[in-house]
Write a protein that binds this ligand. Structure first.
Ligand code: AVI
Length: 332
């Protein structure tokens, strides 16, 4: 009998063992907790509870990125329309937000919209919402992992492509991963494409830490939900009440780090393996890199994109950059 099954969770493909455990989740958690500095990849923050908590975060008074980026999209529609190829297909990396995506689509009136997402149920739900809002717009959702090259639907083959990657999600990756992703996006979109990408900006550390450690404790819940998820899904005994949420600014790497810090010496098991943390030890759960004009440009160039135009919100907190896949000026 096979011990492996590829089950569908919602409509998402997940590789589960015979007792229903997500193998990739268990492998990442066991490996991450075995390291000297415990660290678990941030993508595991987003189970159903985590995704809902992130939605709640975007509405918090301290969490400015969503509002700032929305302001840019609202205020510069005509400039986007002038700079972006007419009649393009917008290829969004992710399912699309109910606010930001419609603002872009209204501004530039594209010929098609192609959302790419690994999670089929989110993808179909948001594609349906968008079709209802833009009845004349062909919408072609593609269920795929955009960290790898994606084959776009035949219907958009001959259209110019605009990649859209808002939210500063690029900041959740370390530099080598973000460069790999930018290069993969270029492979997916073609070497004549444009890319509109959100990058959160370096600013006062107090503003940044407040955005990731809000007074209502929602970000803390989002972070600690990962430990709860491990307990739920991996037969684990992490004493979540002995952990606290920490958000700190790492100036050397220009990033906010989220950690779960042990309030006391603790021991626990995960999937039958024993772990210990001394008081003050942490599990590193997320990086959120911030950029300035130069570091954002350098990252794009390293990823194979030439930055062409840049917009910021009225408070200078967040940026949207339009880049081109073509090499605009070659080396002397
Ligand atoms: C999804 N991502 C861009 C968010 C960020 O700001 O890095 C995730 C987040 N983590 C805590 N608050 C928000």
């Amino acid at each position: 009998m096979s011990t492996s099954s590829t089950a569908r969770q919602g409509l998402e493909l997940v590789d589960r063992d015979e007792s229903g455990v997500d193998r990739a989740f268990r492998a990442d958690v066991l490996k991450g907790l075995s390291q000297k500095q415990k660290a678990i990849p941030a993508r595991w923050l987003y189970d159903d509870a985590g995704s809902q908590l992130f939605e709640d975060i975007t509405k918090l008074p301290e969490y400015y990125p969503t509002r700032s980026e929305t302001e840019i999209l609202q205020d510069h529609g005509e400039e986007f329309a002038a700079a972006i190829a007419p009649g393009c297909a917008v290829v969004e990396f992710g399912s699309g937000s109910s606010v930001k995506t419609p603002l872009l689509l209204s501004a530039i009136a594209p010929a098609a919209y192609v959302p790419l997402d690994i999670s089929g149920d989110f993808l179909r739900a948001s594609a349906k919402q968008l079709s209802a809002k833009f009845p004349g717009l062909p919408v072609h959702p593609v269920e795929a992992d955009f960290m790898r090259k994606v084959s776009l639907p035949d219907q958009v083959t001959d259209l110019p492509k605009l990649g859209f990657f808002p939210g500063s999600t690029i900041g959740n990756m370390v530099a080598r991963t973000s460069v790999d992703l930018l290069r993969t996006m270029r492979d997916t979109l073609g070497d004549k494409a444009q890319l509109l990408i959100g990058m959160d900006l370096i600013k006062d550390a107090a503003v940044l830490t407040a955005a990731y450690d809000d007074a209502a404790g929602v970000t803390g819940e989002f972070n600690l939900n990962l430990a709860r998820r491990i307990n739920r899904e991996l037969d684990a005994t992490i004493p979540v009440d002995q952990l606290r949420h920490v958000a700190l600014w790492n100036d050397d790497f220009a990033r906010i780090e989220m950690h779960c810090e042990a309030l006391d010496d603790i021991e626990f098991t995960v999937a039958g393996q024993q772990f210990a943390m001394a008081k003050g030890d942490t599990i590193h759960t997320e990086n959120s890199h911030k950029f300035d004009r130069r570091s954002g440009n350098t990252l794009l160039l390293a990823g194979g994109w030439t930055p062409m135009q840049r917009w910021t919100d009225s408070q200078g907190r967040f940026s949207l950059i339009l880049a081109e896949a073509s090499i605009v000026r070659s080396a002397p």
